[in-house]
Design a binder for this molecule. Sequence first.
Ligand SMILES: Cc1ncc(COP(=O)(O)O)c(C=O)c1O
Length: 379
Amino acid sequence: MSFGIDDLPVRDELRGKSPYGAPQLDVPVRLNTNENPYPLPEPLVERITERVREAARNLNRYPDRDAVELRTGLAEYLTKTAGHPVGPENVWAANGSNEVIQQLLQTFGGPGRTAIGFEPSYSMHALISRGTGTHWISGPRNEDFTIDLAAAREAIAGHRPDVVFVTTPNNPTGNAVPAETVLALYEAAQAAKPSMVVVDEAYIEFSHGRSLLPLLDGRPNLVISRTMSKAFGAAGLRLGYLAAHPAVVEAVQLVRLPYHLSAVTQATALAALEHTDTLLKYVEQLKAERDRLVDGLRGLGYDVTESDANFVQFGRFEDSHAAWRDILDRGVLVRDNGVPGWLRVTAGTPAENDAFLDAVRQMQSLVGDTPTPPKEQSA
Ligand SMILES: Cc1ncc(COP(=O)(O)O)c(C=O)c1O
């Protein structure tokens, strides 16, 4: 027998678990990881090259440990787009919002502490909790995937978590969480502990509504987490950031690795920020394509969860994994997030979305299978 992972002295809570693993398959149309389908525009590629060339001349030195120029640029972007003034002292950046979340959990979670999220939601909140030794609690949702506020309040009062995650727009369901709900959860979390409330706004630029950034006013235990992976079309860059009270920014520096953001990353992100206006034009196109997917799927008789993101959750399937496989066999990779009866498709280019809608249409006509009619949904 060969030596395997089970033969290693791995931490007990990691035994038998699977890593995060959205399939990266080589198929013509990949609509499974909520990426932006548009490559960066050529003038931006040029600007990145210039900035990285400059940075390369100083790679013998460690980068700016506090990424002040980048945090200043991110603060300006937030101030301009979210209608609430923030400065670099309110902003922290890391390698993807996954690392931001990890640093938050290392700071405010950890062994003997607890985090809660309302599932189905972004699976990494639970996985990073596990990785940081934070006990994870899966909070409830209504059948229509809205947050069940009464049950959520009860769960917060009962478990007194140290960290509360709210994802808006939510992944994989796509629906946004109203500001009043977030405020109610914040109040409940403060009354119970007090604890940190992390609002994950990875998809906020695609929303019909506005960022919850203004809620930071007077709420030092609130954190808004953001990323350049989606709206900025820069998933390969690995740049996430948060906005919060300056005390939070100070606190996460207790756990960040020294020089965690490479000079190349900082230079690339600064170049992207110079091209914000062009990048956000793609967001408008993607929102229109998202709406076309919603209409197309509804036209074919599917149930679609209201989407404020760059993806759409659709169903209902007797066997969602079989439906996923069938769509894949037609050359289109969508995501089976393990939500029974539902699949998720990311808005791609118009041609990719046409290919997806064709695949779904063919699947119906071939299998002769119409979607399972919606069951009674709670309010
Ligand atoms: C809700 C949510 N938060 C965070 C992330 C992670 O983004 P990043 O690429 O910035 O690590 C994702 C990625 O899919 C996401 O869906």
